[in-house]
Design a protein around this ligand. Structure first.
Ligand code: ADP
Ligand code: MG
Length: 231
């Protein structure tokens, strides 16, 4: 609790810098176009700025000491609860897509262009059934600013799709993926996503395996091919 309101507090442990550096080296080698922010003050500023620019109309976020960030609790449940519980529905996925599109339409000075998240997996959306909307949280990483906004946006779509494909039943996969993309709606970005729906080799394949929750390779290939064809 802070000033009588429930908050979530994230903490950067002492000694985290080498772990962050290691993660960033892996991301570079595996072709993941983001970096985790190693310096605590830089990370705090990014988390707070992103949270406020998306949710600052009703919720607060602030640096809490030198190693913590506090953010007001936003209403709802982590969308992963519905995905892993088998209760996810196309309308829920549409709210996540609408939230991502809203976020992608915001200007960000750090990018000198439109904002992107870098890690919008399903668990980074809080879905509120009462209001029928989802909110994006967790601003721990940042896309490389040199990447064009459209490429960053396509990468965000890919992250969500990769997370979903590995945790959903076969029969729900295509209706869910299509509901998500239809609600996102930007065909130019979806075309760029299509180009990314190719399972790579080498270290990049290892990262795909992590991202897709180690779904069996044949099943993964068939699901991704089906989505590519449908797009
Ligand atoms: N502002 C918030 N409102 C509601 N739930 C939150 C909030 N911040 C974090 N959480 C919960 O805590 C979990 C972990 O927080 P997150 O910011 O995603 O950090 P991590 O980097 O550990 O994934 C989230 O998935 C969500 O369930
Ligand atoms: Mg998270």
């Amino acid at each position: 609790m802070r000033e009588g309101r429930p908050v979530w507090i994230k903490c950067r442990r002492r000694g985290a810098a080498p772990i962050v550096a290691c993660a960033n080296s892996f991301f570079r080698l595996a072709g993941n176009p983001v970096r985790a922010l190693a310096q605590p003050d830089v990370w705090q500023r990014w988390e707070v700025d992103c949270f406020l620019s998306l949710h600052g109309d009703g919720y607060r976020a602030f640096a809490d000491g030198v190693r913590r960030v506090a953010a007001d609790e936003v209403p709802g449940v982590n969308l992963t609860c519905h995905l892993d519980g088998g209760t996810i529905t196309p309308p829920m996925l549409a709210t996540a897509a609408q939230e991502l599109r809203r976020a992608h339409s915001q200007y960000c000075a750090d990018f000198g262009g439109l904002w992107s998240h870098g890690d919008p997996h399903v668990g980074n959306f809080i879905y509120d059934a009462a209001s029928g909307r989802a909110r994006l949280i967790d601003f721990e990483v940042m896309h490389h600013p040199a990447m064009p906004a459209e490429e960053r946006h396509a990468d965000d779509l890919l992250v969500f799709i990769q997370d979903m494909v590995g945790r959903i039943s076969r029969d729900l996969w295509m209706p869910s993926a299509m509901a998500f993309l239809k609600a996102y709606g930007e065909q130019r970005i979806i075309d760029l996503l299509r180009a990314r729906l190719v399972i790579p080799r080498g270290l990049a394949r290892v990262w795909w395996a992590v991202r897709t929750t180690y779904l069996a390779p044949r099943e993964l290939e068939s699901r991704i091919a089906e989505l590519r064809a449908a797009i």
